[in-house]
Design a protein around this ligand. Structure first.
Ligand code: ASP
Ligand code: CP
Length: 305
């Protein structure tokens, strides 16, 4: 008998969820269930493989924690570029074919922009994009949107400001795609001129009729937003490694005093987000990181329940 087509086959890009508001609602409802202490053993007898070719703390460990909390098992390699057989010249598609036989779902982080799509083409189990180069980080976008809803009471009709390295920041790209699926007041992109958000995102927002502005200062437009989404300089993706001064894009304790909206950051942070801000009630980034666990439990639940 032919197996019924699964609702969610792979998690490759944030747009998937904007295209299917019912699915997004299900993710958020389940995330809330798990956040309130709800339990499920939907992964009993199932295995998550975490295959990470780039460093990670939150994404890998929250996926692994999510699988274990759902009664599943975990296998994986945290420095696949160093410890997997890629060192011996094995390709990503071959690696994915092999792991498909050992695990029931693969969370993949890779430096290539198309890695998740390439993996999904050959995988016989679901692929979850856990970060693909400077392109996308869809599960982060989901947990970001979930956090915005919790902090602001809605994720529609808002002014959302993104600050930092918007050229290389995959979390900003994914969240901008997802926000653009819903009516917003305005999106503010604040970055150095040479680190502006990609044209593809601006074209997409134009198509959707979402108003946005670009600025090269961290000024009033940012400070008055409902959400101030800070990001670090993605220096590992910069061509030149010389030490530039980006301090004008730092949210200092003094400047943060005039922010009324929720302050988010995908983390890890460098000096763009002063730790003195951590105790402010609108500093939402540690709650945001915790929400990652609930949202990832929700996704795995949808895949396996
Ligand atoms: N952790 C996020 C990512 O992997 C953000 C960052 O590294 O700056 O994209
Ligand atoms: N936010 C995020 O993706 O964190 P890690 O890089 O630590 O997984």
């Amino acid at each position: 008998m032919k197996a019924p087509k699964r609702r969610l086959q792979h998690v490759l890009e944030a747009q998937q969820f904007g295209n299917d508001p019912e699915l997004l609602g299900e993710v958020f409802k389940l995330a809330q269930f798990f956040q309130k202490g709800g339990e499920s053993d939907c992964m009993r007898g199932r295995i998550l493989a975490s295959l990470f070719y780039e460093p990670s703390t939150r994404t890998r460990l929250s996926f692994e924690s999510a699988a274990l909390r759902l009664g599943g098992g975990v296998i994986g390699t945290e420095s696949a570029e160093q410890f997997s057989s890629v060192v011996k010249g094995e390709s990503l598609p071959d690696t994915i074919r092999i792991i498909s036989a050992y695990a029931d779902v693969i969370a993949l982080r890779h430096k290539d922009n198309n890695a998740a799509e390439d993996a999904a083409r050959v995988a016989t189990v679901p692929i979850i994009n856990a970060g693909s180069g400077a392109h996308q980080h869809p599960t982060q976008a989901l947990l970001d949107l979930y956090t915005i809803e919790q902090e602001c009471g809605t994720f529609e009709g808002l002014t959302v400001a993104f600050v930092g390295d918007l050229k290389h920041g995959r979390t900003v790209r994914s969240l901008a795609y997802l926000l653009g699926k819903f009516p917003q007041r305005k999106i503010v992109f604040s970055s150095p001129v040479d680190l502006r958000i990609g044209k593809d995102i601006k074209d997409y927002l134009d198509e959707r009729g979402v108003q946005y502005v670009e600025t090269d200062i961290l000024g009033t437009e940012v400070l008055q937003a409902d959400v101030v989404y800070m990001t670090r300089m993605q220096t590992e993706r910069h061509a030149s490694t010389h030490n530039r001064d980006y301090s004008q894009f730092h949210l200092t304790g003094r400047v943060a005093r005039s922010v009324r909206g929720a302050i988010l950051h995908p983390l890890p942070r460098n000096s763009e987000l002063d730790p003195v801000i951590d105790t402010r009630p609108n500093a939402a980034y540690f709650r945001q990181a915790r929400n990652g666990l609930y949202v990832r439990m929700a996704l795995l639940h949808i895949l396996f329940a």
